[in-house]
Design a protein around this ligand. Structure first.
Ligand SMILES: [Zn+2]
Length: 413
């Protein structure tokens, strides 16, 4: 990516990410939960930078911060660019913030060049995507989509504070949240730049990739029941070891994952009972998380796992039971926006790598409202939700240039 026809200031984005990173509660990395003093400090900086870029700035009823850069026709549908400003506990400086900062930089570039596009642009810093404080999903973007509800306001954090009280305390007027909702016809689309949170771009040696969609997720809890017994007295041939059976099932799940690549399947949690060094495990409880952009491929994989697990269990004289506990459909990015993004990456000298996001993003919620597109920027070792999360200034610059190019193509039609 060597062409420099756009005057993106990547150094400014990089330094601003450092500055926002200081808006954190004490401890490792960045911890910025929503509606806290540190999140208000972060929003004050965002407000200042949005204003410098010629935007009109306001906050809505759930404390999303929005900057609007007027278009030639103020009544034309608006192009939204956004991401989230909250973090996980001991997270990094880029997950979320980078999408907001690059959006502001794109507008700053237009403003500096005195360019007004046909469509207005709004950069949105969503209040809460990670959902750490209120055990929620996409609080900020759901307010724009219109799926935020009165029940959401009654969610409580671990200290028993309701979301409503936290919003009031942060200076917001939660009763006005319905006004945040956008009408489909008023929105041209939604663009989100985000760090990849995975290792593919690093492996492909490309700074920027285009996201074709966000994988759907199915989660199961499972139980394997065998027979506990004395670790010294029950001969191997007479055992009904639940953990040995679960292990065989888990290895089979891994083989299914490899067969159906890019599907991913993870057993992330196991409880072994009774859980003593001198007792044969009689019972295992676990979780299975399966993600894929292709629903029918995911269903095939699930069917294979269920069938083979039962066979493994019956061969061992044990029982296995799976229960589906959560299912979220995949989100597909707009084909038009995706091909525009690929075009922009090529024009800027890159190779458009298509990626599937295995993690959830505000774009998932926004896809219920409008066409969405996502760009991923390479991050060091694919690391995220970690204090060592890192991006280079060069990669950030490359990402912002692609974003600007996409904005020019979409908002200037
Ligand atoms: Zn994020």
């Amino acid at each position: 990516m060597e062409k420099t026809q756009f005057k993106i200031n990547g150094k400014r984005i990089y330094e601003r990410a450092d500055e926002l990173g200081l808006c954190s509660s004490p401890g490792l990395g960045v911890t910025r939960l929503p509606f806290t003093p540190e999140s208000l400090r972060c929003e004050a900086l965002i407000e200042q930078w949005m204003k410098q870029a010629g935007m009109k700035v306001w906050k809505d009823g759930v404390n999303n911060i929005i900057g609007r850069y007027e278009g030639k026709d103020p009544n034309a549908p608006v192009l939204l660019i956004g991401s989230h400003l909250d973090t996980v506990i001991e997270g990094g400086k880029y997950d979320g913030m980078l999408g907001v900062l690059t959006g502001i930089e794109v507008v700053q570039t237009l403003f500096d060049q005195g360019l007004t596009l046909n469509h207005p642009i709004e950069v949105v810093g969503f209040c809460d995507e990670e959902g750490v404080r209120f055990h929620s999903t996409f609080l900020g973007s759901r307010a724009l989509v219109g799926t935020f509800t009165d029940e959401d306001l009654q969610r409580t954090d671990d200290a028993g504070i309701t979301l409503e009280a936290a919003l009031i305390n942060a200076g917001a007027d939660p009763s006005s949240y319905p006004l945040a909702k956008r009408n489909r016809e008023d929105v041209l689309g939604y663009l989100e730049l985000h760090i990849e949170q995975g290792p593919v771009l690093e492996k492909e040696n490309e700074p920027v990739g285009v996201v074709s969609g966000i994988a759907g997720v199915t989660r199961f809890s499972f139980e394997v029941s065998g027979k506990a017994g004395h670790a010294g007295t029950v001969p191997g041939r007479l055992r009904q070891d639940a953990l040995a059976g679960a292990s065989e099932i888990i290895l089979f799940i891994e083989s299914v994952m490899k067969k159906y690549d890019p599907l991913v399947a993870t057993v992330g949690k196991l409880t072994v009972l009774p859980g003593a060094s001198n007792v044969i495990p009689g019972f295992v409880k676990g979780t299975l998380d399966i993600r894929d952009i292709d629903e029918s491929r995911k269903e095939s994989a699930i069917n294979e796992i269920m069938k083979e697990s039962r066979e493994i269990a019956s061969g061992r004289g044990i029982q296995v039971k799976f229960e589906e506990v959560m299912k979220a459909p995949p989100t597909y990015c707009s084909e038009e926006f995706t091909s525009i993004t690929e075009q922009s990456i090529k024009e800027l000298g890159g190779r458009p790598i298509k990626l599937i996001s295995g993690a959830g993003h505000d774009a998932m919620a926004m896809a219920e409202l409008t066409d969405v597109a996502m760009l991923f920027v390479r991050c060091k070792e694919g690391l995220s939700h970690h204090p060592d999360e890192a991006c280079t200034e060069e990669d950030i610059t490359a990402g912002a240039k692609v974003l600007l190019s996409v904005v020019l193509k979409i908002a200037n039609k």
